[in-house]
Design a protein around this ligand. Structure first.
Ligand code: PEP
Ligand code: MG
Length: 844
């Protein structure tokens, strides 16, 4: 066992030394674990966050004493050790301690080429990193060996007017100082903040004895991991290169060896079978003891193996799920720990669709694949517009020259992000990956004009705001129009993982699904039922829109009946398919909600087409459109107000629902008891009237079909008054579903379609802690939820309570609903897996 050596500012890493991740960083802690496991780790000293901060501020520790840990002729490396691997840090510096006299000795013991490689590498790194000289000056060009070393020393002397430092203490001080200061630079800070680090995140450093990787017997360096970082499946991958150091094997593929015998070409397994076996053993031990998949950086020094570093294998979200499931299945971690290790938003990446590989594709422009998945939508050029579109449920692609922190909300709202500038670590790329939004950056052939709201390609094509585009964040391509996509392959590990989440969560998760296609998706995501079927979305298809417009244009009840007779079979067909797909699971259907004018044309051309279709004069059509126009349609004739004014629509819908439930159960045997929900209620009397009409339709259908009709009636609580009057309302219904989109809008008096314009500024100034349309406002809207729930329960203790606004997929909002004793949340299909995982994490 190594001796414990603790100095004030640095600590020699031994099995018992006081090393913690919070003070010395992940690398120091991990190396200590390896040492405890008996893995051959070269001697290592850790510098704490505090020590490194001191170094940046000019307080250098006693470097002489530090180096004494490594003997008389120290030769060391320095690596960064932040609190979280994802936050980055300055890259490693090797061979500190190389000087003219070590060089001369190594020339004798290791041979001149190896000695020259060691010295040259250090001179180059030191010159650029510590002395801040231009890297180009130290490019050896055609020079090799001793000549290259001499040229580098000469270049250093010419530039600095002093000889290359020979004293290891001076060298180490220079390296420590440069790494400590690099961490504090503005660009490093911004980058790590974009990766989620706090502004005051600390950096630790580890100083480690060099395991040389060059020498007489087999010597070299390599990297090994035991899973594929993309799929997460077991697979030995990595490289090894004789007579090399650090990560050379990964960057000089030509000379590097594969690791296993079954790979093409020569392998480490053939070259050093015993050491290869030893490596596999260390890998297995690390998986069990470090309880994760690790990547080992190793050196073979004169026939002996040293492990110089172990980091968790970088992995895609899909792989992350695969890994935690395998670890839990092998009993290394518990299922609950597996659930807690995956942030719900990481599932976004697994869930994104891919462009169908069979589709011929001609990208309009290529860029850098920055965040995987494909997405399609209308092109927008500002975050504000992206937020407005999202509020209207309109998919959009946000295109910007580059993004800045003000754009995060817009990026969150957009289905995909595209930038003209930037690389893989640009703000757009980092944030998009964090949000799980597909993203292409650095599409430099584009010219984006924010003012003109246009995007011009190299070939001169111009795309305008509203044009449809598809982006492929996996391939880094942008395509015109909407391209066919494949739904993600949800593998066994993913299903298993979410089934574990279902085992522990104690709040239901349903889906907002409007069409049979949505219902299909919902069953793949294992939603427990449909919590909101917005029936008006069924009328947007071309043929249905015409029938709907005819309905809107009829004045006489008999004409209206004719138009409704056209719509009835369409609705019935949709509901029948949905009931069949949901196979007996609950389906909650909301009666027609939006103002009628949403179904009318918005421009002259559309009006003309409608006049032709209806065979009516253009002026009459225009007059009708004008008569339906409202000053504030969101607070106008929509929801139940429309239902009361034009009862035929709700009656037709109720009939379609009842007939469909009879038809669907006759075919499949699964009985669906439909839930019918009345939107935008503000007065109890509204519910009484609609409830009576629906019951009359139920009786009629029952009599006509000779089959029993059962259903449950519910009310959407979307106005503050409905929440306040929940006791009265609850007397007339079985369930209440809080529509938190409208309820937020009406509680704040804040238009859900326009708030995007100033939301960023409001959040920045701390007026709202978060956008209340994303994260439920616990204090205001939340109080109405609690109040409504309490009042409703008083008169009907077993009333079913839920939310179905966008908040249903948001972890914090789910936590609120759980605390308030709600039965389920309902959210859009792709958020169902996130909601299932969030709900599980909340329950743990
Ligand atoms: C709501 O208002 O929360 C809701 C779910 O309904 P919509 O978004 O359709 O208005
Ligand atoms: Mg609503």
């Amino acid at each position: 066992m190594q001796k414990l050596v603790t100095f004030k500012k640095f600590t020699s890493i031994t099995p018992t030394a006081p090393i913690s991740r919070g003070q010395h960083g992940f690398r120091a802690k991990c190396l200590q674990r390896l040492i405890r496991m008996g893995v051959p780790v070269p001697r290592t000293v850790a510098l704490s966050f505090e020590a490194v901060q001191g170094i940046a501020g000019g307080r250098m520790p006693d470097v002489g004493r530090l180096l004494a840990v490594f003997g008389d002729e120290p030769l060391v490396s320095v690596r960064s050790s932040g609190q979280d691997t994802a936050w980055g840090g300055p890259s490693a510096v090797l061979n500190i301690g190389m000087n003219d006299s070590r060089y001369a000795k190594f020339c004798e013991t290791l041979g001149e080429p190896a000695a020259s490689a060691l010295y040259l590498r250090f001179i180059q790194t030191y010159a650029v990193r510590a002395a801040h000289l231009d890297a180009a000056l130290f490019d050896p060009g055609t020079l090799e060996g001793r000549a290259a070393v001499q040229a580098a020393l000469q270049a250093y002397e010419t530039e600095t007017e002093s000889y290359f430092p020979q004293d290891p203490e001076e060298q180490l001080s220079g390296v420590l100082r440069s790494m400590a200061r690099a961490w504090q630079s503005t660009s490093a800070r911004l980058l790590r903040q974009a990766r989620g680090a706090p502004s005051d995140a600390g950096l630790g450093l580890v100083v480690q004895e060099m395991a040389l990787g060059v020498g007489a017997d087999e010597s070299g360096a390599g990297v090994i991991q035991f899973i594929d970082g993309v799929t997460g499946r077991p697979q030995i991958t990595g490289r090894y290169m004789s007579q090399s150091q650090g990560l050379d094997a990964l960057t000089s593929e030509g000379r590097a060896l594969f690791l296993t015998r079954d790979a093409r070409g020569r392998s480490l397994e053939e070259l050093c079978p015993d050491l290869f076996e030893e490596l596999i053993g260390h890998g297995e031990a690390c998986r069990t003891r470090l309880r994760d998949e690790t990547q080992l950086e190793f050196t073979i020094a004169e026939g002996k193996l040293a492990i110089i570093d172990a980091v968790v294998v970088p992995r895609s979200s899909r792989a992350a799920v695969q890994v935690v499931v395998a670890l839990a299945r092998d009993g290394i971690i518990t299922r609950n720990e597996a659930l807690l290790r995956i942030p719900p938003r990481a599932l976004n990446e697994v869930l994104h669709p891919l462009i169908d590989p069979e589709t011929p594709r001609t990208p309009i422009v290529r860029g850098i694949a920055a965040s995987p998945g494909a997405a399609a939508g209308k092109l927008v050029f500002s975050s504000t517009v992206a937020q407005t579109m999202a509020a209207q449920d309109e998919p959009c692609i946000l295109a910007k020259r580059e993004t800045s922190p003000e754009d995060v909300r817009g990026m969150h709202a957009a289905r995909g992000v595209l930038t003209e500038r930037g690389g893989i670590t640009s703000h757009a790329a980092v944030i998009a990956r964090g949000l799980g939004v597909p993203c292409v950056v650095g599409a430099s052939e584009l010219s984006i004009d924010k003012k003109a709201r246009t995007m011009r390609t190299a070939s001169g094509d111009v795309f305008r705001e509203g044009d449809l585009v598809t982006i492929d964040g996996t391939a880094g391509e942008i395509l015109a129009g909407i391209v066919p996509m494949l739904e993600p392959a949800l593998d066994d590990a993913f299903e298993t993982f979410l089934s574990w989440a279902d085992d522990v969560r104690d709040i239901g998760v349903r889906v907002n699904a409007d069409t049979p296609q949505d219902a299909q998706l919902a069953s793949r995501f294992a939603a427990e039922g449909i919590g909101l079927c917005r029936t008006e979305h069924m009328f947007f298809a071309e043929d249905r829109l015409t029938a709907m417009r005819e309905l809107i244009f009829t004045d006489l009840p008999e004409d209206r009946a004719e138009a409704l007779a056209q719509l009835l079979p369409m609705q019935r067909e949709d509901f029948t398919s949905i009931f069949r797909i949901m196979a007996g699971k609950p389906v909650c259907i909301r009666l027609f909600d939006p103002p009628l004018h949403e179904f009318l044309p918005h421009d002259r051309q559309g009006t003309l087409e409608l006049a032709e279709a209806l065979n009516r004069p253009m002026t009459e059509v225009q007059r009708r459109i004008d008569s339906l126009r409202e000053y504030n349609p969101m607070l106008g004739m929509r929801g139940v107000r429309l239902g009361l004014t034009l009862p035929e629509i709700y009656n037709m819908q109720a009939r379609a629902i009842f007939e469909a439930s009879i038809d669907a159960s006759a075919v499949s045997g699964d009985v669906t008891v439909p839930e019918i929900m009345i939107p935008l209620v503000s007065a109890c009397r509204e519910v009484e009237i609609v409830a009576a009409r629906i019951e009359a339709v139920a009786q009629a259908v029952q009599a006509e079909r000779g089959a029993e009709v059962s259903y449950r009636l519910g009310v959407m609580v979307e106005t503050p008054r409905a929440a306040l009057r929940a006791a009265d309302i609850a007397r007339h219904c079985h369930f209440l579903s809080f529509g938190t989109n409208d309820l937020t809008q009406m509680t704040y008096g804040l238009s859900r379609d326009d708030a995007g314009r100033f939301m960023a500024s409001y959040v920045r100034q701390g007026v709202f802690p978060e956008d209340p349309f994303h994260t439920l406002d616990r204090e205001g809207v939340g109080e109405l939820l609690t109040l409504g729930a309490q009042r409703a329960r008083k008169v009907r203790p077993n009333i079913v309570l839920s939310i179905c606004g966008e908040h249903g997929g948001n972890g914090e909002s789910i936590a609120f609903c759980r605390e308030a004793g709600f039965h389920y949340v309902s959210c859009s299909p792709y958020r169902v897996p996130l909601a299932r995982l969030s709900a599980a994490q909340i329950a743990l």
